[in-house]
Design a protein around this ligand. Structure first.
Ligand code: HEM
Ligand code: HEM
Length: 275
């Protein structure tokens, strides 16, 4: 499938995949090597599920869910299939986040530590609740066939904005959690004395920031967007593949709701002025 700047896309995608993968290895090594390991026993090993499930699910899976429409080799799949994949990955991310909440609340209750006292916990729980709302609204608007195309169109900029905002917030909340845990958990030597665990986990934080930055970059390039099904059809039938001026009228038809398949996404694909 033709795509502008395919090499840059593949570079950004592999870098995102590599940073995400290494972040997962780092969080596993943190809890298995430096901390108490993983168990479901009300103790610190149960708490450890909290960072592990957040990094693998709420951050990594969510990041993949966000860029899944951008993979050019999926452009021949129907939009409906891609919506199921996008929704399914986001649902999996949500389930991981909920189990990670259960782990930390269960640990706090067993150890008689108060709940919900920190800014980390306030922002974190808000992010999980809003993410659940985004999921329900996403299914209601874009999967249930009765939703009018005009509603889909009206909500798409909000869906994209709130999705990217939530993804960014989740990474910020994870960085707060990592910092808290290092300050609480390290004594003799303390965090300020830079023991190996502190350096290692600081690097985990950097990996998460770079993963987030790459996902946001990929998800905001207009020229890497999945072509609308109508434009794909005209490309396959060899109409309008030569120049962008042919894609223009197809898009303006979309804007008027002429295509019932459309999700009302009429962001203009002017690849020359973008990126
Ligand atoms: C506690 C959410 C990531 C470390 C909590 C609590 C919530 C929460 C709601 C409060 C539990 C209670 O009051 O019983 C989140 C969310 C995250 C996230 C939504 C992802 C965006 C992390 C990460 C770490 C972490 C990556 C790293 C270890 C902690 C610690 C506590 C905690 C140490 C106990 C202290 C406190 O309540 O602030 N988290 N967390 N969190 N979390 Fe996270
Ligand atoms: C697009 C986030 C759930 C349908 C997007 C985009 C983001 C996003 C950031 C922009 C991607 C891009 O421009 O390439 C989220 C988050 C969700 C969620 C964080 C869950 C919490 C859903 C659900 C559906 C859905 C359940 C239902 C099918 C769509 C559609 C698009 C989209 C149709 C437009 C794709 C395109 O531009 O071709 N979503 N989404 N989303 N999302 Fe979601």
């Amino acid at each position: 499938m033709a795509m502008e700047n395919m090499k840059q896309f593949l570079f950004a995608l592999s870098a995102a995949g590599a940073f995400g993968f290494v972040a997962i290895i780092f969080v596993l090594r943190w809890v298995l090597h430096f901390k108490e390991g993983l168990a479901w026993d009300g103790g610190l090993a149960e708490f450890n599920w909290h960072p592990v499930l957040i990094v693998t699910g709420f951050i990594f899976l969510q990041g993949i869910a966000i860029i899944v429409y951008r993979l050019p080799w999926t452009w021949q799949c129907s939009k409906l299939i891609m919506k199921f994949i996008h929704a399914g990955l986001n649902l999996a991310a949500f389930i991981f986040a909920v189990i990670s909440m259960v782990a930390v609340f269960d640990f706090h209750n067993a150890a008689k530590i108060p709940n919900m006292y920190s800014l980390h916990s306030w922002l974190g729980l808000s992010a999980v609740i809003l993410y659940g709302l985004q999921l329900v609204l996403g299914v209601g608007l874009y999967l249930i066939p009765v939703t009018p195309v005009s509603w889909r169109a009206a909500f798409m900029p909000i869906h994209v904005y709130s999705g990217l905002f939530l993804f960014t917030s989740v990474i910020a909340v994870a960085l707060m959690g990592i910092t808290e845990k290092l300050i609480f958990g390290l004594s003799n030597p303390k965090y300020k004395d830079s023991p190996p665990e502190a350096i290692f986990v600081n690097v985990l934080g950097i990996l998460l920031v770079v993963f987030g930055a790459l996902v946001l970059w990929i998800a905001t390039r207009t020229s890497w967007k999945r072509p609308s099904d109508q434009i794909l059809h005209s490309l396959h039938t060899n109409r309008g593949s030569e120049d962008n001026s042919k894609a223009g009228p197809a898009l303006s038809e979309l804007a008027e709701g002429a295509n019932p398949e459309a999700d009302g996404d009429v962001r203009k694909r002017n690849s020359k002025s973008e990126s």
